[in-house]
Design a protein around this ligand. Structure first.
Ligand code: PGA
Length: 258
């Protein structure tokens, strides 16, 4: 069975109540008009979850399912307690958050998140009924040193180790760090090759590996989305910059709906 693709926006640390409203009004109008045949999520900063939750509620299709899902950009590795500044998975679940990005390269790089910590964050999300979007990807130096495969396999292995058979419930995102926000996208062939490696690793861990959506992220935009999404193991996109422009995000959604 062909699985629906997932297009997830990652706003990063951008937005304001006014700008979010303009963006989301346009996205919701576009989605309602076209009823796209893909899943859609927007991963927003914590203070805007309640604002965007309203759009999730308003986006219900004829069967009552939301067409637009709410996502967070991080989640604590802890359940509850003395962790100042952290937000737990159960708190996110109370806001009907469906997805949480974990292990984004910006968190690995600027907040020194280890593979083990990322795996624990994924575990907390899963336990609360939230789908973690687990990011993996190599830096430019690792890419140039020919270490792409070994890096992404090490990052995924930690998540498999901690989460066991639940690994079939995650979404995986391959985001080469050198392609994020740089305008330099991996070619569809380059991305597909890494996705195939990740799929094989998932297959060794679960009989449901084909169910796992593997997204590509890193300068995916309105112009290159169709060719990337046309690859057999690319099941969607994690979209940064282009998710802040409604026409571009809607074009990517359309490309994922063919
Ligand atoms: P980008 O970001 O689309 O702006 O490259 C992707 C991401 O970091 O998730």
């Amino acid at each position: 069975m062909k699985k629906n693709k997932l297009i997830a926006g990652n706003w990063k640390m951008n937005g304001s109540f006014g700008a979010n409203q303009r963006l989301m009004d346009e996205i919701l109008t576009g989605i309602e008009a076209r009823k796209p045949a893909c899943e859609i999520a927007v991963c927003v900063p914590f203070p805007y979850l309640v604002q965007v939750q309203d759009y999730q509620d308003r986006s219900r299709d004829d069967s009552g399912e939301p067409m637009l899902h709410l996502g967070a950009q991080d989640v604590s590795a802890h359940k509850a307690g003395a962790y100042t500044g952290e937000v737990s998975a159960s708190m996110l679940r109370e806001l009907n958050v469906a997805y949480a990005i974990v292990g984004h390269s910006e968190r690995r790089q600027y907040h020194f998140e280890s593979d083990a910590l990322v795996a624990e964050k994924a575990q907390q999300a899963l336990a609360a009924g939230i789908t973690p979007i687990v990011c993996v990807g190599e830096t430019l130096a690792e890419h140039e040193a020919g270490q792409t495969e070994s890096v992404v396999k090490r990052q995924l292995a930690a998540v498999i180790h901690t989460n066991g058979h639940c690994i079939s419930e995650i979404v995986l995102a391959y985001e080469p760090v050198w392609a994020i926000g740089t305008g330099q996208t991996a070619t569809p062939e380059q991305a597909q090759a890494v996705h195939a490696v990740l799929r094989a690793q998932l297959k060794a861990a679960t009989e449901h590996a084909d169910r796992v959506k593997i997204l590509y992220g890193g300068s995916m935009n309105a112009a290159n989305a169709a060719s990337l999404l046309g690859q057999p193991d690319i099941d969607g996109g994690l979209i940064g910059g282009a998710s802040l422009k409604a026409p571009d995000f809607l074009t990517i959604i359309a490309a994922a709906s063919v």
